[in-house]
Write a protein that binds this ligand. Sequence first.
Ligand code: NDP
Length: 311
Amino acid sequence: MADGKIQVLILGSGPAGYTAAIYAGRAGLRTVVYEGIQPGGQLTTTTDIENFPGYPQGVSGQQMMDDFKAQAERFGTEVRFGIATKADFSGKPLKVEIDGEKWIEAESVIIATGATARYLGLESEERFKGQGVSACATCDGFFYRKKDVAVVGGGDTACEEATYLASLCNKVYMIVRRNVLRASKAMQERVFNTPNIEILWECQTKEVLGNDMGVTGALLRHNDGSEKTIAIDGFFLAIGHHPNSDVFKEWIETDSEGYIITQGKGCRTSREGVFAAGDVQDPTYRQAINAAASGCRAAMDAEKYLASQKA
Ligand code: NDP
């Protein structure tokens, strides 16, 4: 991309960010994407994606994101490493600080920073992060081949991670706090039909146990008050996500959980020229296809906004 003013600055490189880039680039707008903490976004930590239309045989998350990126670059988008650390949306141009060291100016900004995995908040969990505690089975499952592990949660992510881990590990416990799974019927069936997954119903984790070598077990409390210890080498969290909006909260409206509020069917935020797309503004649907669709809308909204500024 030639030097000059950035017309569309996109923060985040998941399906929302790259789709916005494809549309903005094709519209002839000078577009820059900052990849953020997890280049390619959450899909790069997934195995096969079977529900994105156009891939009858499924596609790996990494492959899909490589393709998104290549398509964005084909239309002139410049993709840069870097994380948004501050924003100043007080005037024009809009300003975003990258990596705590340089300010980037742009005529419009699309926030597509996604969401990050939640943890239980236990001190012992914090202590063993990276030493047996993980929020990404597809990233770290490899290290637990033929071992026993646990997955916390009862949603689609937990089921997906448990079945993935079951293909590598000796045994997978699912620690579920209620007596039902929140996951879709299809995912539940997959779990129920996997012989080396055992669901520990109505259990919560009191402590992650371990030593200098890492995790060795977990102390669980059943809802009836009884406690038991399971022996495990890996403890995987799959209890939902937190929207990555903290950097922008001073300038734009968010809901009580931090999801950016967008107006109507479009992607406008409460600040002129700033748009939001993907999981950072979607507490409900949170699927790649929805993120991509909102990236398209954000780019079209930005294009319209930029045209209105010239008129
Ligand atoms: P969800 O919010 O759907 O599920 C979170 C799970 O974690 C729930 O079972 C919840 O329990 C449990 N949980 C939350 N907090 C705690 C806690 N403190 N202690 C113990 N358990 C806890 O999140 P997911 O990440 O699973 O899914 C997010 C969205 O993404 C959903 O819309 C889902 O359908 C979608 N998704 C779709 C996939 C696909 O289609 N292939 C794959 C992965 C995700 P409780 O039920 O009691 O609240």
